[in-house]
Ligand binder design. Structure first.
Ligand code: FAD
Length: 293
């Protein structure tokens, strides 16, 4: 279980994959898992498509990770488009398949949908409470999301931290952060979190920037700030994919070196199904982050 790794390992490294959108893409997805598992992360998280479209696929990839590669899997689960009954059966299916680590999320509210209705969840904290109340729910390892720059929907950062505290109190074992590109933002957030009495481990989420267009869009949607140094890199190399890739890998590497130097030992890399990028970052960090034994 992932929660046990925090006490066993001083350092912890995880990757993230998303499941294939189509059945015929599974063969390629398995190749991605093969390469990522070879880098010996402590666990790999598997995202969940908005609207529940990939819940079965999330499970299938998670099971493959555990059964074939013996890498603990963290299955993401969003609740905003599901009823409590649907969530109960999805959690039961995950447990039956041997998945005991869940990242419990609200998900983005679909633009065109009339959500949330009384049948549906409003916040991840309700999902966490619900999972904990299910048969076997207390034994599961539950992670949740946190936002060093505040969640984009929440106008006041202090309220966001208050809501985070409520969420953790519902039974969260660890938190993973949204991407951030300025480590000082994370350090200030960690102080605020501690001051609020949130003591569960926080995993720092690092996004290697590969495409300027895509990252600008993600930053716009999530409210993540691109610091001037990264803006400069994007302006200079944005039109040259190979150079941007190299600069993105270097930037992510430097972020991680600085985090580890400041005592942040739990790192999650948003690998986005790009094992070659993960491999380059890991090679850069070979004496700083050691693979699990
Ligand atoms: P919540 O914790 O419920 O927070 C949502 C908003 O509600 C925040 O603004 C919060 O301040 C506010 N809030 C919370 N409680 C209250 C309250 N009681 N009263 C008033 N306001 C409240 N999305 C996917 O679709 N699939 C994924 O696989 C996925 N993986 C992710 C992994 C990570 C590490 C992160 C950081 C995000 C991920 N997301 C994913 C995106 C996530 O679903 C969105 O950011 C979503 O908008 C918020 O989800 P949450 O679980 O953080 O929500």
């Amino acid at each position: 279980m992932i929660k046990e790794l925090f006490s066993e390992n001083k350092q912890l490294l995880s990757f993230e994959v998303f499941p294939p959108k189509k059945e015929e893409e599974f063969a390629n997805a398995f190749l991605v898992l093969d390469s990522l598992a070879g880098l010996q992360p402590d666990f790999i998280s598997v995202t969940y498509g908005a609207g529940g479209s990939t819940s079965k696929r999330t499970q299938e990839i998670a099971v493959r990770l555990q059964d074939t590669y013996h890498v603990p899997a963290l299955a993401h689960l969003t609740c905003v488009s599901s009823t409590r009954e649907e969530i109960s059966s999805m959690v039961a299916a995950l447990r039956a398949a041997g998945i005991e680590n869940i990242l419990a999320l609200r998900g983005d509210i679909p633009r065109d949908a009339d959500f949330p209705s009384p049948e549906h969840y409003h916040y991840a904290s309700e999902l966490i409470g619900h999972i904990r109340s299910l048969e076997g729910g207390k034994e599961l390892c539950i992670g949740a999301a946190c936002y060093p720059e505040g969640h984009v929907e929440c106008p006041h950062r202090e309220d966001d931290i208050d809501f985070l505290k409520r969420k953790v109190d519902m039974g969260v074992d660890f938190l993973t952060t949204q991407m951030f590109f300025d480590n000082d933002v994370l350090y200030r957030f960690l102080y605020r979190v501690l001051a609020k009495g949130i003591t569960v481990p926080v995993i720092a989420g690092i996004m290697p920037v590969m495409s300027v267009k895509q990252i600008r869009r993600s930053c716009e949607l999530s409210g993540t700030v691109m610091p001037p140094r990264l803006q400069g890199i994007a302006d200079r190399f944005g039109d040259d994919p190979a150079a941007m890739r190299q600069a993105g890998i270097a930037y992510a590497t430097e972020q991680i070196v600085d985090l580890v130097a400041h005592g942040v030992e739990h790192i999650h890399i948003y690998t986005m199904n790009k094992p070659d990028v993960a491999a380059r970052i890991m090679a850069n960090l070979s004496d700083i982050i050691r693979p699990r034994g």
